[in-house]
Design a protein around this ligand. Structure first.
Ligand code: PEP
Length: 253
């Protein structure tokens, strides 16, 4: 049985004061006994103080990106061991905003995934097609290629999480239907079985991301191969984020 994971990607939002208020709101609404894993992924500057905010709760900390080297002359970058030391359990790699907005290449992503796993972080590896690719019926080809770019049999699958995030659904308010999500998730699980084996593939969590809100979470989270959500906009609102977590808990009960 895969335990559902709800991860909030704060992107480039929140000052320290705003972040503290958001975490207070989440803590007030979140019942730590709910059978669901929760992570918040704030910007780098907020990792350490948010680690203090979640101290004593089951909520875990994640980062939104990392470099592949442990240290060195890489101005402006943050390494996996630095994230680990700052209290991170997770790191998001390959988000479409990094692939498309910052030109992250397959070689870069492959190295980042391997380095983050070696540092003991759990990697949330994002993949997903553009609207043009979906319309051209190339969704499976695209996610398959993105999977092969960075994921291979030598990696520790126990520390790997996939996030299927159709680019056309991110920040648009137009989420994939549960049927669309389930179809791609089931396809990805089959591909994972050919990379690892069916036992490891069956244990690996595949999150859905793209305009998840309290109002649509239940249908998505009930899909058999949807093991949680990577939440952008809605995670900046404590009540919305807590309601998504609560929906995951209800589906898992
Ligand atoms: C994301 O950025 O990972 C995301 C899914 O954003 P949103 O929920 O706003 O679509």
């Amino acid at each position: 049985m895969r335990r559902k994971l709800i991860a909030g990607n704060w992107k480039m939002h929140n000052t320290l004061a705003e972040a503290r208020a958001l975490m207070k709101g989440i803590r007030e609404r979140f019942d730590g006994s709910w059978p669901v894993d929760v992570a918040v992924c704030p910007p780098f500057t907020l990792l350490y103080p948010m680690g203090k905010e979640i101290d004593g709760t089951p909520i875990k900390l994640g980062a939104q990106n990392c470099h592949y080297e442990p240290q060195g002359a890489f101005t402006g970058e943050i390494s996996p061991p630095m994230l680990k030391a700052a209290g991170c359990a997770y790191v998001i790699i390959g988000h479409s905003e990094r692939r498309h907005g910052f030109g992250e290449t397959r070689e870069l992503l492959r190295r980042k995934v391997a380095a983050a796993l070696s540092a003991g972080l759990e990697v949330i590896y994002c993949l997903g097609e553009t609207l043009e690719e979906r319309r051209a019926a190339r969704t499976q080809n695209v996610v398959s290629r993105q999977l092969d770019e960075a994921i291979h049999a030598d990696l520790d699958s126990a520390k790997l999480v996939l996030a299927y995030e159709p680019v056309w659904a991110i920040g648009t308010g137009q989420q994939a239907t549960p049927e669309q999500a389930q179809e791609v998730h089931a396809y990805l699980r089959g591909r994972l079985a050919s990379i690892f084996d069916s036992r490891r593939a069956a244990g690996l969590r595949i999150l859905y991301g793209g305009s998840v809100k309290a109002g649509n979470a239940d249908g998505l989270l009930r899909c058999p191969d949807v093991d949680g959500a990577l939440v952008g906009g809605a995670c900046l609102d404590a009540a919305e984020f807590a309601a998504i977590i609560s929906a995951a808990a209800a589906v898992s009960a």
